[in-house]
Design a protein around this ligand. Structure first.
Ligand SMILES: CC(C)(COP(=O)(O)OP(=O)(O)OC[C@H]1O[C@@H](n2cnc3c(N)ncnc32)[C@H](O)[C@@H]1OP(=O)(O)O)[C@@H](O)C(=O)NCCC(=O)NCCS
Length: 183
């Protein structure tokens, strides 16, 4: 049985990094990228530890194995991940940076567990654990990651902006928790 909740042990941060490494574009074939998506930003253990000290991320576990994760990045992380600076600048220009929100920094589900509701479990746990502190969650998805786009819109994210950087075309998505959950 898979359950989702906040990271509890440092070993889980290491498992997040292993799952992340396996889903970077360089590790995947063109067919896998087109069918199942990919992750872009690569974190270090030190960075994950610093994020964890602010707010624990959410992992999906089967026994002692992390089978999926969805990272929590409060805005205080802004200076730690320079590659996300353009996204924060968009949020500033949309007048959103003064509201109570955090960035869902990256989501990934291990290949054998895809299509089994783990994505939804991760986001249900986000809403459950973070709703007292934040009003909404924001994330960015590369438009060519059609699987991720579809899944985010299904749980309740809506597009608030679009832009292009050196690596991809992106959409900025917001999940407003004043709306009832979709599932
Ligand atoms: C993206 C990811 C997190 C989604 O988790 P998942 O368990 O695969 O998601 P689900 O199966 O619950 O939902 C995927 C949805 O996309 C649909 N889908 C599947 N393949 C698709 C494709 N190639 N294009 C468009 N939609 C697709 C599914 O039918 C499903 O929609 P539905 O519920 O309406 O049927 C997971 O596939 C993953 O980790 N991929 C690699 C890393 C990644 O891309 N991370 C996201 C970075 S933004």
């Amino acid at each position: 049985m898979v359950e989702a909740g906040p990271v509890e042990r440092e070993e889980e941060l290491e498992q997040i990094l292993a799952l992340q490494r396996a889903n970077l574009p360089g590790q995947l074939s063109g067919e896998e990228i087109a069918a199942d998506g990919f992750v872009t930003v690569e974190h270090t253990l030190d960075l994950l530890k610093r994020m964890h000290a602010m707010v624990p991320s959410i992992v999906a576990r089967e026994g002692a194995s992390v089978v999926g994760y969805a990272l929590v990045m409060p805005v205080e992380c802004r200076s730690l991940i320079p590659v996300l600076e353009p996204m924060f600048q968009r949020l500033d220009s949309l007048g959103m940076s003064r509201q109570r929100f955090y960035v869902m920094g990256q989501i990934c589900v291990g290949k054998p567990w895809r299509g089994k509701g783990v994505f939804d479990l991760l986001y249900q746990a986000h809403r459950r654990h973070l709703r007292g502190t934040f009003d909404w969650s924001v994330t960015e998805v590369a438009t060519r990651n059609t699987r991720s786009m579809r899944a985010h819109e299904r749980v309740g994210f809506t597009v608030i902006d679009r832009y292009r950087d050196a690596t991809d075309d992106w959409v900025l998505l917001r999940w407003d928790w004043s709306e009832p959950p979709r599932r």
